[in-house]
Design a protein around this ligand. Structure first.
Ligand SMILES: *Cc1c(COP(=O)(O)O)cnc(C)c1O
Length: 340
């Protein structure tokens, strides 16, 4: 039995503690009332995020979930359909927010082992509005794809799906919670992955290490309307510079993600050697492990040995590397798992 404080926490890249630099930035942040748009730190974060993601404007939101939900509501009319990948976060893990917040009906598309929706699938699933049918109001994409094990979709794959939607007059939202991981894995700027997409949400609070916050980027008119929807959803914040300042610092951490990816490969290859466990080669910082024993049972024993993960399916476990986990921690995690 390992001491809880000594546990190697691979449940998510959201478990990181803010760095000293982030805490200092929070303390020293210039602030104002952001509902009046008078918080200089939030304004700077929004400008920098818009630039990084390749858009005219961006909106600071408390969470990735809110960013996705605000985007869906802003792009659509009540009663329309939204095309989603069947294992996507926006469909699977956001409490049916698409129906609750935007009055949408979701139509799922199977993106296969990498969670990539093809142009043919977009065309096949598209619904034209008429006297009986609601019409497709939005396509959402996800990169990296969380449930598929952090797969980093190529720019051309994203472009092709988005272009197919646009040909049908349908706007496209990208859930890029871990877009920086995809950019690092694909060795392209983040803005290359958003080129054909109308809006993108990315999380500052995952691999980039901020304690809180996400951004939603798009055209100026889109972000103006999204700001109203954020207010409607209760996400208008006041002296938010205090939390935006660590977010600004987080934007400097894109290149550091390469270390997480290296550690994920190290973890996967170590685990794959263990009898009863199988892990493919990860593309980014997410490692999916197939277990011979039920995932919950495996995780209980792993936790006792000092390694934390989450169950993704009955015989599937997810581990995520992040900046509070070193290569040495990864080796210790593998040793502990091997000893089970
Ligand atoms: C984590 C995550 C979100 C939601 O972000 P929160 O800040 O936890 O609300 C959305 N999409 C994907 C793909 C995610 O992994």
């Amino acid at each position: 039995m390992t001491d809880a404080a000594d546990a190697i926490d691979l449940r998510s890249d959201t478990v990181t503690r803010p760095s000293d630099e982030m805490r200092t930035a929070a303390r020293d942040a210039a602030v104002g009332d952001d509902v009046y748009r008078e918080d200089p730190t939030v304004n700077e974060l929004e400008a920098r995020a818009a630039d990084l993601l390749g858009y005219e404007a961006a909106l600071y939101v408390p969470s990735g979930t809110m960013g996705n939900q605000v985007a869906a509501r802003t792009h659509t009319e009540r009663g329309q359909e939204v095309l989603v990948e069947r294992e996507s976060h926006v469909y699977k893990w956001e409490l049916a927010g698409l129906s609750q917040h935007a009055g949408l009906q979701a139509r799922t598309v199977d993106g296969g082992p990498r969670g990539a929706i093809s142009p043919a699938q977009v065309r096949a699933a598209h619904v034209e509005a008429d006297g009986h049918r609601p019409g497709t109001g939005l396509l959402t994409l996800e990169n990296t794809h969380n449930s598929k094990g952090g797969t980093a979709l190529a720019p051309e794959t994203v472009d092709a799906a988005a272009e197919a939607a646009h040909d049908l007059g349908v706007p496209v939202h990208l859930d890029g919670a871990r877009l920086a991981n995809a950019a690092v894995a694909r060795d392209v700027p983040l803005s290359r992955l958003t080129r054909e997409v109308d809006s993108t949400m990315t999380c500052l609070s995952k691999g980039l290490g901020a304690p809180v916050g996400s951004v939603l980027a798009g055209s100026k008119p889109f972000v103006e309307e999204a700001r109203r929807v954020r207010k409607l959803f209760g996400g208008g914040m006041r002296q938010a510079g205090v939390i935006a300042a660590p977010g600004l610092a987080a934007l400097e951490n894109v290149d550091r993600l390469a270390t997480d990816h290296e550690n994920a490969r190290r973890l996967a290859s170590g685990i794959d050697e263990v009898e009863g466990l199988a892990a493919g080669e990860p593309e980014t910082n997410i490692v999916l492990v197939e277990t011979a024993t039920p995932a919950e049972q495996f995780l209980e024993r792993a936790a006792e040995a000092g390694v934390l993960g989450v169950a993704f399916d009955e015989y599937l476990v997810r581990f995520v590397t992040h900046w509070d986990v070193s290569a040495e921690d990864v080796d210790r995690a593998v040793d502990r798992i091997a000893a089970l």
